[in-house]
Write a protein that binds this ligand. Structure first.
Ligand code: SF4
Length: 105
């Protein structure tokens, strides 16, 4: 029996699938969490606005996001999640940031 709660959970989960690159779906990549040791070391934040940033390489702190970082490998700049090379291609939030940020070439 499908309850309203299960229906909402299922449709919410299905709604996220198109945001993930096909390669990530097949590999089952996990998402980096802020309490991950590597994430802590790099001061990763899922919301860049919550991170303490400074201007870097000629880019204003407020303009630095995972989605415009060299290590973010999703081609669409508005992807909600994408693989980060610095985190062994685990998924990070496009609107996030970490101290490893480098402008996309
Ligand atoms: S290296 Fe770039 S894409 Fe990866 S978490 Fe840091 S800012 Fe985001």
């Amino acid at each position: 029996m499908t309850t309203r709660r299960n229906f909402i959970k299922t449709t919410a989960a299905l709604g996220l699938i198109p945001l993930l690159p096909v390669s990530m779906l097949s590999q089952g990549a996990e998402q980096v969490t802020v309490d991950d040791p590597a994430a802590k070391a790099l001061r990763y934040a899922e919301d860049a606005a919550q991170a303490v940033r400074s201007d870097k390489m000629g880019v204003a702190a407020a303009d630095q996001l995972c989605s415009n970082c060299q290590f973010y490998t999703v081609s669409s700049s508005d992807a909600a999640l994408g693989p980060c090379m610095l985190f062994q291609n685990r998924l990070v939030v496009g609107a996030g940031w970490c101290a490893g940020w480098v402008p996309k070439q």
